[in-house]
Ligand binder design. Structure first.
Ligand SMILES: [Zn+2]
Length: 230
């Protein structure tokens, strides 16, 4: 059984977690927290480069994700390697996430927000929904998966979930000191940055994180919808 992790970040594609939570992840790892990533899809369709082959793109995006995670101090990256744009809310996918939650026993699970309206990537909606279902009740309940129990994967109760991209955030995290690392981690995703020259990316994100910190006594924030599991 692996060493438990305090935080499990479940990201639909390589790079989503960097946009959503990288500043907070860098702060956490700086404070000594143990953080791991689970990457649901291989991101093999997210390109406008018509000469790019899907297998090659998947390989590049894993390397980019590993480089970003290393910069952020993430302990381990688990790639589930589902093809891009194919996530479905299936019993198999749910069990995959439950298995990981029971293996790593995180206190906090972070993913994208299911409840964002209108135009929202299907993989994001589904990764979020399946993660929330896996956290509660499937990872928690003894009788949910007798076969996992037989393999020594005891039920685990996650304490809280944080959802990035939320339209109704209720929780803010100070990333003033880790904003630069977030930008550096985003720049590791070179194959995704073709429409985003680095200077504009930094300027755009600084504005965004300033807006999210309005009313706080610090400059830059990431914002989440936080739900406690009682
Ligand atoms: Zn995505």
């Amino acid at each position: 059984m692996p060493e438990p992790a305090q935080v499990m970040v479940i990201t639909p594609h390589p790079d989503d977690a960097e946009f959503g939570v990288a500043g907070t992840v860098a702060r956490w790892t700086g404070e000594g927290k143990n953080v791991i990533y689970v990457v649901c899809t291989n991101g093999d369709k997210g390109t406008s480069d018509t000469s790019m082959k899907p297998e090659e793109l998947a390989r590049i995006r894993e390397q980019e994700q590993l480089a970003a995670a290393k910069l952020l101090g993430v302990r381990e990256v688990i790639f589930l390697r589902h093809p891009d744009q194919t996530l479905e809310d299936t019993p198999e996918f749910r069990k995959e996430i439950v298995r990981l939650i029971r293996m790593y026993k995180p206190e906090t699970v972070v993913t994208t927000d299911l409840y964002r309206r209108y135009i929202w990537h299907r993989d994001h909606r589904i990764a979020s929904r399946v993660t929330l279902d896996a956290v509660f009740p499937y990872a928690r309940d003894f009788l949910a998966y007798p076969d996992l129990l037989e393999k020594g994967l005891q039920p685990h109760k996650v304490k809280e979930v944080l959802l990035w991209g939320a339209e109704e955030p209720n929780y803010r995290s100070n990333i003033t000191d880790t904003f630069d690392i977030k930008i550096a981690a985003l720049r590791c995703h070179k194959s995704q940055m073709n429409n985003n020259p680095s200077s504009r990316l930094e300027e755009w994100l600084r504005e965004r994180h300033k807006t999210l910190a309005q009313g706080e006594d610090y400059e830059l924030a990431e914002a989440f919808h936080r739900a406690e599991i009682r």
